[in-house]
Design a protein around this ligand. Structure first.
Ligand code: BES
Ligand code: MN
Ligand code: ZN
Length: 493
């Protein structure tokens, strides 16, 4: 697996590398490529003249020449005046993926800042360091090793013509974020029989020990003692015991920022069982939890002078003779009662107890993320997460962080009118409001428990994983929310 990306200054014409990756803008052959073209016996100019490659977004050309690098990979980043940090990150992802697929043991990414005049040096460095390992990521741990394995892509350096402390600082930051993304995706991809609530807790403990965070793992007895009745109700159908994880970075004495992640390690739907097709995707129902742990992995590298707490309620949602049933009325940590009309609306139940638990910290802000509703996939597809919240400044900060991270989120209203959807005849509320405005009624349910602090919620059911191969990544986990959380913290500092 590709580890951290490094940065050094060198003359591009002197580079000996199995793979030279060059992000190139659309238009005429850039003059700064002339020297490299000369080294490569005119291969770049011939490619340009053929019209096969124009520098359009996502376009690639792989060139071979007798001199210069063994392989040269040109990657289009689109019109020069429209190139953003996202264009560079995307090119780096495509380059990283290609390097891994080719089986190049190492690669060099050469960057000419003239190709991205609107992007600051630190943002460029960060984008490359985030992008190359992201694109290269894949998961083979559960396959037998191939008989004749290809070389593993494990080293990448970025080369620029001139030194820039800002660029190098950006690379360092990007490396921390990339480590968090890799950790999140590694947890997401694990199947339900490996990634149990106990496993998530062990993973959290390992992260905490490595980076010096404070950690508390509550087992079933402790969860019962704490009165987290909604979490217990979901967990009661499974032989796997639940866990409630509290991880803390004490980088300042200020009121903390709290990140909360849904950690349902497998969601069958329970007695309101889901249909069989694609049910295997419900191993991803702990993506919120994985994102919080990935954010802490990043925090461990970047050590921000901030007080940050991660909360993870984790359990399985199973049908069994001990499972909670439709019609059951259950209590909660906050004391409010809930009529369970659908056992498949379990995420909001476990998050309710976590949001209630968060009150004791008098937090400056609480942001939860969860693969919460299929309705958000209908509403926003796989392009954006659904954002809701009670505090307009926090909602705007989360939206802006998503923009900076290129993990976009779009606000949905939780107006008073929607509260009616979760009105119950016999309890304080019911856990499902039906199909109409399904993501909003889920948001309203959470809002009932997010008392006394600024709160925002991101529904990542559409963005946590992809069901097809992409130019930028393999099919599977996206690690979404790690970059958003990181950008949120950066903007706050
Ligand atoms: N984990 C699911 C939501 C989900 C759906 C995640 C698709 C990823 C992809 C959640 O627990 C769920 O089952 N939600 C129900 C709620 C309904 C019963 C009110 C849904 O969306 O159908
Ligand atoms: Mn469910
Ligand atoms: Zn679920």
């Amino acid at each position: 697996m590709l580890l951290a990306v490094t940065h050094r200054v060198a003359d591009v014409t002197t580079l000996k590398t199995p793979l030279l990756i060059v992000p190139v803008p659309k238009g005429a052959l850039p003059t700064s490529l002339a020297a490299l073209d000369h080294t490569c016996d005119g291969a770049i100019a011939r490619c340009w003249a053929s019209g096969d490659f124009t520098g359009a977004k996502d376009e690639t050309a792989l060139l071979y020449s007798a001199h210069g690098p063994d392989r040269l990979l040109l990657i289009g980043i689109g019109e020069g005046d429209q190139v953003t940090a996202h264009s560079l990150r995307r090119a780096a992802m495509i380059g990283g993926k290609r390097a891994r697929v080719i089986g190049s043991p190492s690669a060099t990414l050469w960057f000419d800042p003239a190709f991205a005049l609107k992007v600051s040096a630190d943002r460029a460095g960060q984008s490359f360091a985030e992008g190359v390992p992201f694109g290269a990521w894949h998961f083979l741990d559960l396959k037998r090793p191939p008989e004749s394995p290809k070389p593993v892509f494990e080293r990448c350096e970025i080369v620029t013509a001139v030194a820039s402390a800002e660029f190098t600082a950006g690379v360092t930051r990007g490396n921390g974020i990339a480590a968090g993304q890799a950790l999140t995706r590694g947890l997401q991809v694990l199947p339900g029989n490996k990634c149990t609530p106990t496993y998530v807790a062990e993973c959290a403990r390992e992260i905490a020990e490595r980076h010096g965070f404070t950690i508390t793992v509550m087992d079933k007895a402790a969860i019962t003692k704490a009165g987290m009745k909604a979490l217990l109700a979901v967990a009661q159908g499974s032989a796997e015991d639940p866990r409630f994880i509290i991880i803390e970075h004490n980088g300042s004495k200020d009121a903390p920022v709290v990140f909360v992640g849904k950690g349902v390690t497998f969601d069958t739907g329970g007695i309101s069982i889901k249909p069989a097709p694609n049910m295997e995707d419900m191993k991803y129902d702990m993506s919120g939890a994985a994102a919080v742990l990935g954010a802490f992995e990043t925090i461990g590298y970047l050590k921000p002078k901030q007080h940050i707490i991660g909360l993870i309620p984790s359990c399985e949602n199973m049908p069994s003779s001990t499972a909670y049933k439709p019609g059951d009325v259950v209590g909660s940590h906050l004391g409010k009662t809930i009529e369970v009309v659908n056992t498949d609306a379990e995420g909001r139940l476990i998050l309710a107890d976590a949001l209630s638990w968060a009150r004791q910290y008098s937090p400056a802000a609480v942001i939860d993320c969860a693969t919460l509703t299929g309705a958000i996939v209908i509403g926003l597809g796989h392009t954006a997460g659904g954002l809701m919240g009670t505090d307009s400044a926090l909602v705007e900060a989360v939206r802006a962080a998503g923009e900076a991270a290129d993990e976009r989120v779009w606000e949905l209203p939780i107006w008073d009118e929607y509260r009616e959807l979760i009105k119950s005849d016999i309890a304080d509320m019911k856990n499902s409001g039906g199909r109409a405005a399904g993501s909003i009624s889920a948001g309203w349910f959470l809002r009932e428990f997010a008392e006394g602090y600024p709160w925002a919620h991101v529904d990542i059911a559409g963005t946590a994983y992809t069901d097809r191969e992409m130019p930028t990544q393999v099919k599977g986990p996206t690690g979404v929310m790690v970059r958003l959380f990181a950008e949120y913290l950066l903007a706050r500092s």
